[in-house]
Design a protein. Sequence first.
Length: 393
Amino acid sequence: MRLLDRYLLRELLVPLFYCLVGFQIFWLAFDLFGNLQAYQDHNLDWRKIIEITLLRVPNFLNTVLPIALLLALLYTLTNLVRHNELTAMRSAGVSLARICAPLFVVALLLGGATFVTTEYAFPNAHEKSHRIYMTGSGAADQWLEEPVDFRNDATGQIWHIKRYNLATGEMVEPSIEWTHGNIRNVLDAKRGAWVNGAWIFYGGELHIYEPATNALPDRVLANKVFTDRLVGGSPEELQLEIKIAQMSQIEAAKSLTLSLADILEYRKLHPGLEGKKAAQVMTQFHGRIAQPFTCLVVVLVSLPFGAASGRRNLFAGVAGSVGICFIYFIVQRWCLAFGTGNLMHPILAAWLPNFVFAATGLIFLQMRETQSLKLGRWLRSFAKPASPKAKAS
């Protein structure tokens, strides 16, 4: 690593650390005071409140990190301009793109770290904080009082469960329906459980309708115990179905709560998914992929304004950069809302803000580079040696 790169990284990382810590504390405090009354209504003690707040940190990083990076970049670049260090680097023949190479590397690393944190390190933090908020316990061993409807399009099975335990996989009054050819099967049981990697149904009856359109079953097989030889699926698939079914359109538009693994598994269960639910799921999918590049877009937008030469335009450049980034985050939320509402294609909704504002930053950066070259040629014209005729005179 060159000495220049080490110097620029040191100049950036110190303000970035302070901005990140400061904004994270501010965001957590704002969330805490905004929900304090709701926490009191749910009779949560201070330990549970702190646990909920900490579990929301990974989700807040998606918003806080780009803002912290923006302010740290503007602080670093304006300092370099104020002390004429950027001018000295340019005078040494180093292009602005090469000077900012370590800044792009930091942006890519931060985006990758955010993706790994939300995708692998804390993929279920949002659900756990919601469980603590609703029940006072982060454990998943709670019964869902509302009935569960689960459709596995891959196997053609329809599940109706009166009560379901998220942790143990226990069911109360499950009913599973599937059709093979012209035969419709309905398995009703008093209780079901996931035991040693297989479904066991107790007090069950298998109703067989042949043909499938019959109103009354042709045969009824009563058994004390039914195994999963006829029924597929797993507790993980049921939990995923419940998780996505409980996600509202407003929640999907506000934040990216689904991981790529969850979405890919859900698509296997519903290969022909269409409509608003498909729009919500696929917008979350492409948004999750596009999200790590937000930090890179922030760098591209801030560079041409923060690196503007001249003291007169310094604060105007900083204000312009902050304004454009603010508009970028608004457009990003609007596109997510349009995508989840099935008003815009999910790929376009996820990637349009990145492409538009990255292109805007590149255009302004090229304009800044062209102006600098013209200014350099104009200054060099005064440094040319005088002609012989001028010396003789």
